[in-house]
Structure formats: structure tokens, C-alpha cells
Design a protein around this ligand. Structure first.
Ligand SMILES: Cc1cc2nc3c(=O)[nH]c(=O)nc-3n(C[C@H](O)[C@H](O)[C@H](O)COP(=O)(O)OP(=O)(O)OC[C@H]3O[C@@H](n4cnc5c(N)ncnc54)[C@H](O)[C@@H]3O)c2cc1C
Ligand code: FES
Ligand code: FES
Length: 511
């Protein structure tokens, strides 16, 4: 039986029974709830005009606040969560919230169209850093729960928000300034919110229907497996950062949908001696945060993967299952030797990640199967000497899709290359290993001549396409050059220091 979607919004539990399964949170806000502070720009997760904050009860009994793009989130996924928009910043006595006051003080807004989105990304940052708990004049007054982000942290939190008239410097200034102001008159009572959310938490599968289209949000892997076995064509929905665009841009009908975002077991990360095991429904942001602890070389790829709101919503399992030839996580994961765990019915099986991809949009995954988890080897034993790098070549530095995405790894045995693994995105119809290039490197001395021979061999591995992102020639040339860069950074003698090859560091030095 269909139950209403229940979520917390504007100080009350809302119940919605008559919305389409793919009605976006933005449509709900603007057209149903008449909360028109949240704007629509691109309707594809790119501009940030629609940024809202979603609160979810966390394992500690508190609430985690995440900025997401309302234009590509479907309303039923809000079930059990809290929705905050720019309207929620209004203080009862008419005073401005510090986020808003800082925007005024630093001239962070001109036409104002982007401002609600920026303000919500900034508010999520404000909450994350604990300043809301102060409540009292003088802000957090140095309470241990509070911290202040660096300007780089702020810039990273705002990569998903575009402004065409103000310029970013005053907005970054505002985000620094908000932490220096007195706390809001009416801060969020996180404990009370958590208690409220507990009252709408479901123990079992949430089932919703609208005009014959079914939406299920199971709580267990077994329940998900049962739904997929009974109705294999049911579309799995995770963060909807790919699927959302099928609806808003391609007007596709999704059919029945099963949402994996309420399955705790698929949102867990477990680290053993051998593997970092990441549940498929773990967000891209959390997955990279964990992986970068073990492989700090992933940090730049992490920050350049879309924007924070997209990484907050999008999942690592969605990236892998979608298997786009220009997806960013697969090359790095394949180079690291990751394995993908699939589940179908009662059966679990696993394989090297590269084996999942058979051809363009064709995977070794039956219709009733789904991605359960990824297993990434830890840096133990001989892998302590792993040389590893990933490179993203795109037209914009931030928030852009790769023209070429490269990943290289090998175990350094003195000057000898052991077990090389190279994978690329943007170079073939699937994420693909460079087996000819690897063969040149295997057990060779890591000399410049070896790197150059491997670069030539790469021509046998890939015949990339030309499209609006890059020509075929450009892609192949850029791919070869990333291998040369890898050599420069990992050569046994006199490797280049990270700041020597970081575009921003070099630019800052020469400015
Ligand atoms: C503005 C913007 C910027 C982006 N930038 C990047 C970028 O820089 N790099 C990049 O790689 N990607 C990027 N993406 C694409 C997208 O964010 C990623 O592919 C993301 O990881 C998809 O995950 P999701 O949870 O949102 O998947 P969804 O959209 O929910 O699903 C995607 C596909 O995977 C399937 N699926 C999801 N989970 C599972 C599962 N557990 N088992 C089986 N099938 C499953 C779905 O059925 C669907 O076919 C961007 C997207 C947007 C909108
Ligand atoms: S409207 Fe542009 S990100 Fe949502
Ligand atoms: S103030 Fe006009 S788009 Fe940012």
C-alpha cells in the first residue's frame, strides 16, 4: 500500500501523497510549497542556483547537513529527512543570519539570482563547522566543536555555485566573514531536530506509488535483492546525479524505481588489513575522503570530481554502475586493483573492476544484479612501495567532465617496475586498461627511455573518439603526456616535487 512521503520542512512534518515519483525537490519547493527563494538555473546540477540543504539523522544521534542540488533530487528520496532552504535562514526577530549578514557586509551579491544557492552552500559549511551550536552573541567563542575552514576549504565548498556578475572574491570574503560574526538569534536545535526525525524514521521498506509508478526504499540488502529479483527492470536509484538528468533533460520515463539510499549496510565503509570495502551507496565525497587517507594521491581527483553538492548526493556505486567512459573514479580504482562485488538474489560474486565493462553501456551484470560494494586493496606488504597517480584533463579545472582521465600504478622494486596497472577514461567506449603500455613497463627499469617506449605503445591501446570535449589526436597526445608526467613525478632520481607540477602552485609562484 502506498504511504505518504514524510519529511521535515519549515518547522513541520510534511506529508505528500500526490507528487510524481520523479517530481524534483525544486519543483515541489517552487510550485507546491511556494518557497520560491530557491532558484532554477540549469536543471542539471551544474550552476548551484537550486542548492538546498538536506539533514539526515546520523549514527551518533545528531544530524548531518549536506548541500545538494534540488533540481535533480526526486521528492520521495526526502522521506525521513529534513529539508532546509534559504527561507529557513530568516530569524524570528527579523535580524539576518550571519551567512546573510556577511554577504551584505562583503558585497557578495549583485543581481542576486545565484545568492540563495551560495547562501545555502555557505550555511552547510557554517553548520559543519559547529558555529550554530553557539547561539550566543560572539559566535562559537572557541568551543571545541567549532572550527574555521581555510579559504581553500571554502573555495572547494563553493565549486558547485556559479555567479555571473559579482565575482568570486567578495563571496569568498563573505564566507570567511560569516565565522567572525555573532551567531544567529535562533540557531538550529540539532537535538530537537534529531528527535523529530526519529519520529518519521521507518523500520521497513517505504513504498510509494503515483499513477501506477512504484517507488520503494528498502532498508536492507535482502529486501533490495528481493525487489530486483521479482521485478528485474526496476530502476535502481542512488544519488540521482546521473538519473536526475535523464528526467530533466531527456524527459525519460524511469518506470518503477528502487532507492538504495536508506540501506545502512550499503552506506558503510569497512577497513581490514587487505581491503578498504566501500558500500555502493556511500557518497562520492565520503568514499574519496576515506580513499585519500590511504592514497593521498587521489586528493586532486577527489576535489575535481564535480562539485561538493554533486559529491554529497552521488554515490561511488552509481559512478561504477553507470560505467560512463568518462567517469572519474574507475581509472583510479582499476589502477589500484579494486574489485567490484555484485549481488543478485541470494548470490554474491566479485570480479576485478575492469572486467565489469564489456562494451559501451554493456556490463557483466545481469538485470536483477546490483553493485553491492567495492573492495580496494590497502597499501600493505609490497604495495607500501606503490607509485600511484591520477590525472584529470578537462577544459575547466573545477566542476568539469574529463576529456581524459588517467591512472597509473606500479610497485617500485628498487628501480624496477613491477605489476604496472594503467587505466584511462575518455580513451575508449569503456574505462579501459592499457595492456600494451603495461607490457612495455612490466619488469623494466624505470628510466626515461622506458617511459618513452611506453608512450609509443599507448597508440596500440587506444583509438579515442573526437567529440566536443577533445579531438582524437588531442586525447591520445594528452594521454601520452600524462604518462611522461607520471615518470617525472615518480622517477627514482630527482622526482619532481608536487608543487612543481601543480598548475595553481606554479601560477601563484610566477604571479
Ligand atoms: C553537474 C554534474 C557534474 C558531474 N561531474 C562528474 C565528474 O566530474 N566525474 C564523474 O565521474 N561523474 C560526474 N558526474 C556524474 C555523476 O555525478 C556520477 O556518475 C555519480 O557517481 C553517479 O552516482 P549516483 O549515485 O548519482 O547515480 P544515479 O544517478 O542514482 O544512478 C546512475 C546509474 O547507476 C545505476 N546504479 C546506481 N547505483 C547502483 C547500484 N548500487 N547497483 C547497480 N546500479 C546502480 C542506476 O540505475 C543508473 O543507471 C556529474 C554529474 C553532474 C550532474
Ligand atoms: S538549477 Fe542549476 S544546479 Fe540546479
Ligand atoms: S549575483 Fe548575479 S549571478 Fe551572482
Amino acid at each position: 500500500m502506498s504511504e505518504p512521503i514524510r519529511f521535515y520542512h519549515r518547522n513541520a512534518i510534511r506529508e505528500v501523497s500526490d507528487a510524481g515519483v520523479t517530481r524534483s525537490v525544486l519543483q515541489y519547493l517552487r510550485e507546491d510549497a511556494r518557497c520560491t527563494g530557491t532558484k532554477e538555473g540549469c536543471a542539471e546540477g551544474d550552476c548551484g542556483a537550486c542548492t538546498v540543504v538536506v539533514g539526515e539523522r546520523n549514527a551518533e544521534g545528531g544530524v548531518s547537513f549536506k548541500a545538494v542540488n534540488a533540481c535533480i533530487q526526486f521528492l520521495p528520496t526526502l522521506d525521513g529527512k529534513a529539508l532546509f532552504t534559504v527561507e529557513d535562514l530568516r530569524q524570528p526577530d527579523g535580524s539576518l543570519h550571519p551567512v546573510q549578514q556577511a554577504m551584505v557586509d562583503c558585497h557578495g551579491s549583485q543581481c542576486g539570482f545565484c545568492t540563495p544557492g551560495f547562501v545555502m552552500s555557505m550555511w552547510a559549511l557554517y553548520e559543519k563547522h559547529g558555529h550554530e551550536h553557539a547561539g550566543a552573541p560572539g559566535g562559537c567563542a572557541g568551543k571545541s566543536a567549532c572550527s574555521t575552514p581555510s579559504r581553500d576549504d571554502i573555495a572547494n565548498a563553493l565549486t558547485g555555485n556559479l555567479c555571473r556578475c559579482t565575482g568570486y572574491r567578495p563571496i569568498l570574503d563573505s564566507a570567511e566573514q560569516m565565522f567572525k560574526l555573532e551567531g544567529p538569534k535562533a540557531p538550529i536545535d540539532v537535538k530537537a531536530l534529531s528527535n523529530t526525525l526519529a519520529t518519521i524514521e521507518r523500520k521497513d521498506t517505504f513504498h510509494y506509488e503515483h499513477k501506477g509508478q512504484q517507488y520503494d526504499a528498502p532498508r536492507t540488502v535482502d529486501a533490495l535483492a528481493a525487489i530486483k529479483e521479482a521485478r528485474p527492470d526496476t530502476r535502481i536509484l542512488a544519488g540521482s546525479t546521473d538519473i536526475g538528468l535523464w528526467v530533466t533533460k531527456q524527459m525519460r520515463e524511469l518506470g518503477n524505481v528502487v532507492y538504495v539510499g536508506q540501506i545502512d549496510a550499503m552506506r558503510e565503509i569497512a577497513v581490514s588489513d587487505a581491503f578498504i570495502e566501500i558500500g555502493a551507496a556511500v557518497s562520492v565525497e565520503r568514499a574519496y575522503a576515506e580513499l585519500a587517507k590511504h592514497y593521498p594521491e587521489l586528493e586532486e581527483m577527489w576535489l575535481r570530481f564535480a562539485s561538493l553538492p554533486i559529491r554529497n548526493a552521488g554515490t561511488i556505486g552509481g559512478n561504477v554502475a553507470n560505467g560512463s567512459p568518462i567517469g572519474d573514479s574507475m581509472p583510479g580504482l582499476i589502477a589500484l586493483g579494486a574489485r567490484v562485488v555484485l549481488r543478485g538474489g541470494d548470490v554474491e560474486r566479485e570480479m576485478p573492476l575492469e572486467d565489469l565493462y564489456l562494451a559501451y553501456q554493456k556490463k557483466d551484470m545481469a538485470e536483477h544484479e546490483f553493485v553491492l560494494a567495492l573492495k580496494v586493496p590497502t597499501r600493505t606488504g609490497a604495495r607500501a612501495n606503490l607509485k600511484f597517480r591520477t590525472y584529470k584533463v578537462s577544459k575547466r579545472f573545477d566542476s568539469d567532465i574529463s576529456a581524459v582521465c588517467a591512472a597509473f600504478a606500479f610497485i617500485a622494486d628498487g628501480d624496477t617496475v613491477r605489476e604496472p596497472r594503467i587505466a584511462f577514461g575518455g580513451m575508449a567506449a569503456t574505462p579501459k586498461r592499457a595492456t600494451h603500455t603495461e607490457a612495455v613497463l612490466a619488469d623494466a627499469q624505470w628510466h626515461e627511455a622506458t617511459a618513452q617506449a611506453a608512450m609509443i605503445a599507448m597508440g596500440n591501446d587506444y583509438a579515442p573518439l573526437s567529440d566536443m570535449r577533445a579531438t582524437s589526436d588531442y586525447r591520445l597526445e594528452a594521454a601520452k603526456n600524462t604518462l611522461y608526467r607520471f615518470w617525472l613525478e615518480t622517477r627514482p632520481h630527482n622526482p619532481l616535487a608536487p608543487q612543481a607540477i601543480n598548475v595553481r602552485a606554479v601560477a601563484a609562484e610566477t604571479a
